[in-house]
Design a binder for this molecule. Sequence first.
Ligand code: S3P
Length: 430
Amino acid sequence: MRFEPARGLSGTLRAPADKSISHRAALLGAMASEPVRIENYLHAADTNSTLAAVAALGALVEENGEGAVVLRGTGLREARESEQTIDVGNAGTLLRLLPGWLAAQEGRSFALDGDESIRRRPVARIIEPLTQMGAELSAREGRFTPLHVRGAHLHAISYQLPVASAQVKSCVLLAAISADGTTTVTEPALSRDHTERLLLGAGVPISREDRTVSVGNSDEIAIDRITVPGDLSSAAFLIAAGVLVPGSRLLISDVGVNWTRTGFLRILRRMRGIVLGDLETRSEQIPAEEPVSDLDVAHGALEGTVVEPDEVPLAIDELPLVALLGCFAEGETIVRGAEELRVKESDRIEGVVAGLRGLGAEIEATPDGFVVQGTGGLDGGSIDAHGDHRMAMVGAVAGLASREGVEVIGMEAAAVSYPGFVDDLTSLCS
Ligand code: S3P
């Protein structure tokens, strides 16, 4: 699919529903004993995989045609043993979070597998803590899918995460609800806290002190309604297009602005990007809500910046966009401490460096990030998404901001998180 240089994006658009929160809402719905109504659930390939997975485990999934999904769960300890392997598709979040619940299903066994990209994603990071809690897990070569989980009576642990990963943290927190005692999880740097907020809202004893989250045992998930806000990570592609294409001015409504998700906006503002909105401020306690805001975006000149390691988990999925913005920013843009990018849906350091360089960028890979020299802008050419949704969307935005246009190979990958992306871009460009 080709994306020609744009003359300016304008208009108002509602951000698509949040993928991270949709996955978590469906899992909590499955773990609850009373019906849970999820408003604004994301209908995309990844989150459809989650609905199919919880249905295979015995939850009833009802869709009312207006975006809301009602889940009738099995209760915390009553997931049904599934004869078939649970197919997580391309969804890394499902792959890492679901075993947290399955680990507590005493005496029952489950297998998880997914597509070609999932088969390259590390799972040793969840095997380690769940094994310490008492479950039995095994994986191909000890670290790849198919992943087998045999549930057990779990006990609490104190776990120090070796990498800042919201997926691994959430996996342990979900297991902790059914474990004897109080589990603590300490992260090396703060990562998104959607699971913590949802558990708090569901009556689970949970608190945070600095980088340590504590979760006590609970008999039930007591929540009857979850409203999913718009996805900042999806909106980020529209924001970047608005900032980069001269003449642009757009409003994106209903975007989730949880502080642990808005690292990209803080980086962009440091680059002098124009984005106005009512962003959440950092808080010591776990907030009960997921705040939303409209974001007002305008084109403007950018300056290079340095993204430090502790900012990385708060902007992890947007870092390829930081590389793209860096091509149009005066001076140097550097990202450090982002080696996790190498184990996403694709190696996003190699992908973004090779991809943008192919379009004329001055960018070098480092072991844990990249260095970009702006602002020669981008000529254009073609870019291969390597089956990775976020790389496909980076290619599309690069095309709009380029001098000659960009062909994206594998644009269909966007469907895992943002099926309406091309239509939304087209409507803003016309
Ligand atoms: C996610 C956490 C991040 C992120 C992913 C979604 C989540 O992964 O990259 O797209 O929903 O918890 P890690 O926790 O592995 O960094």
